[in-house]
Design a binder for this molecule. Structure first.
Ligand code: GRF
Length: 268
């Protein structure tokens, strides 16, 4: 019996080498899935060509243009309901630092861009959304529209550092400049924070005295291309579950949010 293939949606901002690795793993059969759409915040993203070459539908929500339109006239930009906006601002400020008036405008623009992104995404049926070099953080509005099961989030991200070290946009640069002896990459589910969600998998490489920033990036990317399809494959095979694990040490009790990975073949 043929198992149902995982329908993967992808969001990218740039070159799309991770997207390519996922497309290739799907075509070789290593990954029981198919990429059903590729969206971008950037009309010039090279990765869009990769998707088109593979016959995958693409779309763009041009964040730069939406932000400029908002600056020119906020009323000209399509937004979700007032209620959704208020709840999003509230959730964001509960989770992160308090939202200042300047942050508020930035958030409103992001919500507007996500509104456009979501209206394109909603035209597809998909099981998992992967961020493959999508250089934007997502607001609770977007995340809550995609996620419906707290034990199985549906948005994954790949990050170019060993989280929780070096979140942000320059993981390889930060790792190299800090003088680390090892670097790595991380695949995690996305939550409201920046690169803070539960970790699914990590891979590590050594940093040697002769390494340069370019060689470090090359080592890391090579591992990303293996790690991302492997983590998506575990999702496809229903091996992942996010659990709150209570851990006691002496008199202290901690709660850890971890991704449980079921062994292959365990269907219990
Ligand atoms: C990768 O290093 C990824 O970890 C990070 O952005 C980069 C994207 O590269 N989030 P590519 O577009 O997949 O080539």
């Amino acid at each position: 019996m043929e198992t149902k293939k995982l329908r993967i949606g992808a969001l990218i901002s740039g070159g799309g080498t991770n997207l390519q690795a996922v497309i290739d793993s799907c075509s070789s059969g290593k990954l029981e899935g198919r990429v059903v759409f590729t969206g971008s915040d950037n009309p010039l993203a090279k990765g869009l060509d990769r998707a088109e070459k593979a016959g995958i539908p693409t779309f763009v929500a041009d964040y730069g243009k939406i932000s400029a339109d908002f600056d020119a006239n906020p009323d000209s930009v399509d937004m979700p309901s007032r209620n959704i906006i208020d709840r999003t601002l509230e959730k964001q400020s509960l989770y992160a630092v308090p939202v200042t008036p300047r942050d508020k405008t930035r958030l409103l623009k992001k919500i507007a861009a996500e509104h456009q992104l979501l209206s394109a995404i909603r035209t597809f049926q998909f099981d998992l959304l992967i961020l493959a070099g999508f250089m934007r953080t997502l607001t609770p509005y977007f995340i809550d529209e995609i996620n419906d099961d707290p034990h199985l989030p549906r948005i994954m991200n790949i990050h170019p550092a060993l989280l929780p070290a070096f979140p942000g946009t320059d993981g390889y640069g930060d790792t190299f400049r800090y003088g680390c002896k090892v670097g790595g990459c991380t695949v995690h589910f996305v939550d409201y924070g920046e690169d803070t969600g539960p970790i699914i998998g990590q891979k590590v490489y050594s940093i040697l005295p002769e390494d340069t920033l370019d060689s470090v990036k090359a080592k890391g990317l090579k591992l990303e291309w293996q790690l991302y399809p492997a983590c998506i494959s575990m999702f496809a095979n229903k091996r992942l579950k996010v659990v709150e694990a209570v851990y006691t040490q002496g008199r202290k009790t901690f709660t850890r949010k971890i991704v449980e990975i079921r062994p292959i073949g365990d269907t219990s």
